[in-house]
Design a protein around this ligand. Structure first.
Ligand code: PDD
Length: 293
């Protein structure tokens, strides 16, 4: 069955979907995006993604392509037309088409593309297998709270990870603290059993999965610290994992050449995956936060 994509007001066969060559997204990466997970036919963290998209658009002074309510109707229609029960929806909004010139054009018309694709259903056995991450310098800009489509450093980092046989690259700032993965948030569990992930701010993207896991962990009474942690602390951690809409809660059992803990998926990580799945199935995603930077 052929895929259907939404492009600037029209549902078109994916193979025919196209945008103008002078779209500012294409020329300047002048746009933002969101990735929603679809779990059992439902969008996860709908309100969180909407709020974060509003934050990203607002920070770059890009207009919403349409009001939020019809926007969500279109997102769900793309999911429906592609028969996605488990998978993801990708939404990209750019400042639109204009003659190439750096300043914002007068009266721009935002452009929007939405695609959806199927993925294998969330599988606890696969997520509990444990993957390797490498550490690399964070060479990105200083507004990582904006979900910008300018992802070249992230692509370079992920490629470096792949070449090192790793699933993800954890990026570290000049002060030696881990910021986040190239497309996921980074977490550790210390020897004392404290669950640690970096606090929200311009140095990371506030993940919707991160928020859901934090809420589920809080409800379960775990000790949580939202603070920076160093590479050394990560190497000494008892457990580690990553979170994102596409990798959910994925155990990390190796950081660079160091085995994490005993090399097996940690007890808290595995429990958090269970809690996360229950949480999203019962509540549909994290409760809205207004802290995006
Ligand atoms: N990436 N940090 C970065 C840099 C990310 O790109 C992502 C998500 C996250 C996790 O956010 P969330 O839990 O809302 O998915 C953190 C998406 C999945 C992507 O670029 O494909």
């Amino acid at each position: 069955m052929s895929r259907i994509t939404y492009v600037n007001g029209q549902y078109v066969p994916h193979s025919h979907a196209s945008v103008h060559i002078e779209d500012r997204g294409y020329q300047f990466a002048d746009g933002v995006y969101e990735v929603f997970a679809v779990h059992d036919g439902k969008l996860i963290g709908e309100q969180g993604h909407l709020d974060r998209l509003a934050h990203s658009l607002g920070a770059l002074q890009i207009d919403w392509p349409m009001a939020q309510r019809p926007f969500m109707v279109v997102v769900k229609e793309v999911v429906r037309r592609n028969h996605v029960k488990f998978g993801l929806v990708y939404i990209q909004v750019t400042r639109g088409v204009a003659r190439r010139d750096h300043p914002f054009p007068a009266n721009p018309i935002s452009a929007m593309v939405i695609t959806a694709r199927k993925m294998a259903p969330l599988d606890k056995a696969v997520l509990n297998k444990g993957v390797k991450v490498i550490t690399i310098p964070d060479i990105r800009w200083k507004r990582r709270d904006i979900k910008s489509i300018a992802l070249l450093p992230n692509c370079l980092g992920k490629q470096q990870a792949r070449e090192a046989g790793a699933f993800e690259a954890w990026q570290y700032d000049e002060d030696g603290t881990i910021t986040e993965g190239t497309s996921s948030n980074a977490w550790i569990v210390t020897k004392d059993g404290e669950l640690v992930t970096r606090q929200v701010g311009p140095t990371i993207l506030n993940g919707i999965t991160r928020l859901a896991v934090l809420e589920a962990a809080r409800e379960a009474g775990l000790t949580i610290a939202e603070r920076p942690f160093t590479i050394e602390e990560a190497l000494e951690a008892k457990e580690a994992f990553v979170t994102s809409s596409t990798s959910h809660v994925k155990a990390v059992t190796q950081i660079d050449d160091k085995t994490v803990g005993n090399g097996h998926v940690g007890e808290i990580t595995s429990k958090l995956l269970d809690l996360y799945v229950t949480y999203i199935e019962e509540k549909g995603g994290p409760i809205v936060t207004d802290r995006w930077n």
